[in-house]
Design a protein around this ligand. Structure first.
Ligand code: 1GP
Length: 247
């Protein structure tokens, strides 16, 4: 079991080295072999595993498939406590601080606490901000929350600030998987200048240019999922964009 993934992220953020995670939704794994082959040449920094909804996929078998072929750290990005697995290295313990659904601020955390404590997972408390993205995303619908409007940079910045003040160790600005519009760079800049914890950006990123722009604006860790399900071959160029990025 690896530990201290969080400390590694803090160090990379301090030295302005960008990181990339590939999100694997256990319901959509037909591209996994191709991703793993590409990862041998151009390894991403992390695999995130999770989704807003599980229909047929199995979190544990998905992690086992990753474990059998790679040593890249696996971090749970759970849509629900049913997606907790001690086979992973760490978990983003998400609080949906952009919303006012008490279940996603504390309720489900209480239910999951004993299981999490026994799991041995590295727990990374994460402030999760859903940002309006042009359509209703699964994350928005399933969380039963309103996203922050994409032009309300002040609300996003103050929400992220409050999350850090409450002790959350990462801030994740999320447009939602497959979002039509990803998080605007102007909002990323506002949030980045308001916090000192590492900043994750994800949702609707489809090109190296999208990624580079968000790194330039202040993202420390980029998450890509959907576009790689359709075109796993893009992973190499995305990883290269991250490795060669200079602020
Ligand atoms: C979703 O941020 C992640 O939670 C990734 O989004 O699937 O749109 O790349 P995409």
């Amino acid at each position: 079991m690896r530990k201290n993934l969080y400390d590694g992220l803090v160090r990379s953020s301090a030295s302005k080295e960008k990181r990339i995670a590939v999100l694997i939704d256990p319901d959509h794994t037909s591209h996994l072999d191709e991703i793993l082959n590409e990862s041998k040449v151009n390894p991403p920094d992390y695999f995130f595993v999770g989704g807003s909804l599980l229909q047929n996929g199995q979190t544990e078998s998905c992690i086992s498939a990753l474990r059998s072929k790679t040593e890249i750290p696996v971090i749970l990005f759970p849509g629900h406590a049913m997606q907790i697995s001690s086979k992973a290295d760490a978990i983003l313990l998400l609080s949906v601080i952009s919303g006012r659904n008490p279940d996603l601020l504390i309720g489900r955390h209480v239910m999951a606490a004993p299981q999490l404590k026994a799991s041995g997972l590295e727990i990374i408390p994460t402030g999760y901000l859903l940002i309006e993205s042009g359509t209703t995303t699964s994350a928005e619908y399933m969380s039963n929350t309103f996203p922050i409007p994409s032009d309300k940079h002040g609300i996003a910045a103050c929400t992220a600030m409050a999350g850090e003040q409450l002790g959350l160790k990462l801030i994740y600005l999320e447009a939602g998987s497959g979002a039509a519009k990803s998080v605007p760079v102007t909002m990323i800049r506002s949030v980045k200048t308001s916090i000192s914890v590492p900043l994750i950006i994800g949702g609707g990123l489809r090109s190296g240019e999208d990624i580079a722009e968000r790194c330039e604006a202040g993202a420390d860790l980029i998450v890509v999922g959907n576009v790689l399900e359709q075109n796993p071959g893009l992973l190499g160029s995305f990883v290269q964009t991250i490795r060669t990025f200079k602020q």
